[in-house]
Design a protein around this ligand. Structure first.
Ligand SMILES: C[S@@+](CC[C@H](N)C(=O)[O-])C[C@H]1O[C@@H](n2cnc3c(N)ncnc32)[C@H](O)[C@@H]1O
Length: 246
């Protein structure tokens, strides 16, 4: 269900602490929690903040706002408890799409591209260079989703081929997946518990409505968890991404 409520920091912090403790025990888990907050503080120094604007080339070219530099402290702190916003690099995205086209021979017109954890929507804009049937982004943080919607409204490119694009504010781990064949894009958006919920959601959706599914997993830190489903077969990959299909 789409939401516009701002997630509460303390509630998220408590959940994150519980996850750490559940995974590693009270002492080690609390230590992991403090280490994550410390990393957030280190990441807030002026030099680190400045360095995040290094990803802004894309924005200059298309007059949009997808940089991780211009994200406020509140959303960055919430990012510690979920997954910090970072846009996919343009070159790598097109490399993944080339691999997708080459190794799956998909007919783009049959597939909906869905980015689970879509942030400011850069992948949605880049995916619109391909003739997907539809493009959907699902982002947890309302402020990032609002920026994504502004980006979708402002974006203009002569190479755009898909115009049915939307960005929705919701928890992507339980989001009702669209009908029809899917290309699911994940840029490491969830901790292990979130990825497990996402896989269960996908399995239920495919059981109810059997259809082809392709998963592009960028920065596949939890690939082993994804593989546990047994329903996806890895078809290609590098250390930066994997592509699997049902
Ligand atoms: C690493 S960023 C990737 C952004 C975008 N997919 C890209 O590749 O450019 C991960 C995003 O996932 C979002 N996120 C984390 N947990 C989420 C959840 N449960 N539901 C929806 N979005 C989530 C974060 O807020 C963040 O914007």
């Amino acid at each position: 269900m789409p939401s516009t409520k701002r997630p509460a920091i303390l509630l998220n912090a408590r959940r994150y602490w519980s996850d750490c403790v559940g995974r590693s025990g009270v002492f080690r888990g609390s230590w992991e929690f403090v280490a994550a907050l410390w990393e957030f503080l280190r990441d807030s120094t002026p030099s680190r903040l400045r360095s995040r604007f290094g990803d802004a080339d894309y924005d200059w070219d298309y007059r949009v706002n997808t940089t991780s530099g211009a994200v406020g402290w509140r959303d960055r702190l919430l990012g510690v408890f979920h997954s910090p916003y970072q846009p996919t690099e343009r070159e790598l995205f097109y490399e993944m799409m080339d691999a997708l086209a080459q190794h799956t021979k998909i007919n783009f017109n049959d597939f909906t591209f869905i980015d689970l954890g879509s942030g400011k929507g850069r992948t949605l804009l880049m995916a619109s260079d391909y003739p997907f049937r539809r493009i959907v982004g699902v982002e947890l943080l309302p402020s990032l989703n609002e920026i994504a919607q502004q980006n979708l409204a402002q974006y203009h490119s002569d190479s755009q081929k898909c115009f049915a694009i939307e960005s929705v504010c919701a928890d992507a781990t339980t989001f009702p997946l669209p009908d029809g064949a899917l290309v699911i894009f994940l840029f490491n958006p969830f901790p292990e518990s979130g990825l497990r919920r996402t896989i269960a959601n996908l399995e239920n959706s495919v059981d109810a409505h059997p259809r082809p599914v392709i998963v592009i997993y960028h920065n596949p830190q939890l690939e082993a968890v994804l593989n546990e489903t047994g329903r996806l077969k890895r078809i290609v990959g590098t250390h930066q991404y994997t592509i699997s299909r049902s």
